[in-house]
Design a protein. Structure first.
Lengths: 239, 329
């Protein structure tokens, strides 16, 4: 059975159809790349999957159960964790507290949450800044922190929106290694990225969106050589 | 798990927050306790009833500033109705006593409940409002309730004021009642900040969307903060009513809210000790500046602008800066 079923999702903003009848399935343990040019609807789709926007039509099933009308916090409790394209951290709280919020909110006890926060800080190499307020971190460190927040309690599915954008190569490598290791142990991901080499390396399957719709859903290398995908990225009739 | 993280977790387990923020809260709590102990000793050297009265009213404002600090400083909800909830508390016990013969102690309990319930309803109404929209909506709510109280002359006696029975006649007694309530509020706030609730409220203050993504029930905690803050303000208002033996709509004047905001900002918003120090400083200063009439509010408004612009952590932030500098030298 699919872990995530997205069926006929439509999202309109006035006259603009941002997401147009999107349908796909994600199996447990899959690492799916979601790609497409700017404005193709990737972030809007993630907003719907994480409960930050309501679709006009369609349904989403997680573990076979409907997610209709669920709020972000309810989806977080069901194991849907979201990393935003524009980093969102608690800027006046230190790194440890940022992590503890997610752990405590998702039901970990104080000691378990602290242990998990320490382990993540070590794995993501944030030890030097652990006592600094998140607002004092560099952009890349903030991204790493938000990335860590998603894994305070291992989610059923992690929705990562551009985790590698504007990030130092060392931090990119840390996140990449983290994703690889978690994927090997069965973690499910949807990864939005414009960084094609990373998508090719990490994701066996890619879904390409353009103008709100899915134009390709296949093994990553096949998607990247798909004529419609190349046209969507380069514009016009590039092929 | 490494032994390092395991030992770290053991130490943190007593509190929901990290060791660093727990230590910060601990220092603020201890300093606030020292301030309260000093306040407790004042009657040993000050026996003038007028100045004891000034200090009692300072403690009334310290409770209101502490309650508003929970909402604005720790949860990021800039409500402009703290004085209104004090007025609601005062009228609740006053009206219950006058029309239904409810004894003062029961009246005070009812006042806490009524103010808390109205705070809960207001919290739900303004749930999606932020910044100036939240401030303007709560300000409108405050003015509507004050005008209702002022114009319901048949019930409240309007600006003439509603007579309320006193609890006892001893000024020293009242002094320690207000001090006790202030201490209880401080301890409750400290316990709240050390619990996961404190963590969630501060997360909501910083970023509601990120808080919800982390699994925090934003609606519940924001509403709870409104209700708790309103209940504490209602408690202060009810006590004040029995202390002053009179309730008037003046308790809910926007100028009173201005004082509460000034006290919190000048003392240090989002800190345990700031609102207490700010309340004593601003109210005692306002008594000294009584001769210059309405200009005292101008002085406080200027101070708020200066602190908000240059010293965002208030006097407590300045004190911390000098403490850190002294430690490093």
């Amino acid at each position: 059975m699919s872990l995530l079923s997205v069926r006929g999702i439509v999202k309109r903003y006035g006259g603009l159809t941002a997401v147009d009848s999107v349908t796909f399935e994600v199996a447990p343990g899959e690492l799916v790349g979601l790609i497409g040019p700017n404005g193709s609807g990737k972030t809007t789709l993630l907003n719907i999957l994480s409960g930050h926007a309501d679709p006009n039509a369609g349904e989403i099933l997680l573990d076979g159960k409907s997610c209709h009308g669920l709020k972000p916090e309810q989806l977080a409790h069901r194991g849907v964790m979201r990393m935003f394209q524009l980093t969102r951290v608690f800027r006046r709280m230190n790194v440890v507290d940022n992590l503890l919020v997610a752990g405590r909110a998702q039901g970990l006890g104080a000691a378990a949450a602290a242990a998990q926060a320490n382990a993540l800080i070590e794995e993501l190499r944030l030890g030097v800044v652990r006592d600094l307020d998140a607002g004092q971190l560099s952009g890349g460190q903030m991204k790493l922190l938000e990335f860590g927040v998603c894994f305070m309690v291992p989610p059923r599915i992690a929705l990562l929106d551009e985790p590698f954008a504007a990030v130092h190569p060392t931090m990119k490598e840390i996140m990449g290694a983290f994703i690889r290791s978690r994927h090997e142990s069965g973690q499910t991901f949807i990864l939005v990225s414009h960084d094609m080499p990373v998508v090719v390396e990490l994701c066996h399957r890619a879904i390409c969106m353009n103008a709100g719709g899915v134009i390709a859903d296949a093994p990553t290398r096949d998607v990247l050589s798909n004529t419609r995908v190349i046209e969507a990225y380069l514009g016009g009739h590039a092929a | 798990m490494s032994s390092q993280s395991a030992s770290g977790s053991g130490k943190v387990a007593k509190s929901s927050s990290s060791k660093l923020s727990t230590a910060k809260t601990e220092i603020e709590f201890r300093v606030a306790l020292i301030v309260l102990v000093m306040v407790a000793l004042i009657p040993a050297i000050v026996s003038n009833p007028y100045w004891l009265g000034v200090l009692i009213v300072s403690m009334y404002f310290a409770i209101l500033a502490g309650a508003w600090n929970l909402l604005a400083g720790y949860t990021g909800q800039f409500s402009l109705a703290p004085a209104t909830f004090a007025m609601i508390g005062a009228y609740s016990t006053g009206l219950l006593g006058t029309y239904f013969g409810v004894p003062p102690l029961l009246g005070i309990l009812a006042a806490i409940l009524v103010a808390g319930l109205i705070g809960l309803v207001l919290g739900r109404i303004v749930l999606r409002l932020k910044g100036p929209y939240l401030a303007l909506t709560t300000l409108s709510f405050a003015e509507i309730l004050r005008l209702i109280a002022a114009n319901s002359i048949n019930i409240t006696r309007g600006d003439l004021g509603l007579g309320v029975p006193g609890l006892f006649n001893s000024r020293i007694g009242w002094y320690y009642v207000f001090l006790g309530v202030l201490a209880v509020l401080l301890i409750a706030l400290y316990a709240l900040l050390r619990s996961k609730a404190g963590l969630f409220l501060q997360a909501i203050r910083d970023d509601e969307v990120a808080a919800a993504r982390s699994g925090v029930d934003v609606v519940f905690w924001k509403t709870a903060a409104f209700a708790l803050s309103a209940a504490a303000s209602g408690f202060a208002g009810a006590l004040y009513a029995h202390f002053a033996e009179l309730v008037t709509p003046e308790l809910g004047l926007i100028g009173q809210t201005g004082l509460i905001v000034s006290m919190t900002v000048i003392g240090g918003i989002g800190t345990l000790v700031g609102p207490i120090v700010g309340a004593f400083l601003v109210y005692v200063l306002s008594e000294w500046l009584r001769d210059v009439g309405g200009y005292q509010l101008v002085v406080f408004a200027l101070l708020v602008i200066i602190f908000a612009r240059f010293f965002r952590d208030g006097l407590w932030g300045i004190a911390r800066f000098f403490m850190r500098r002294a430690r490093s030298t």
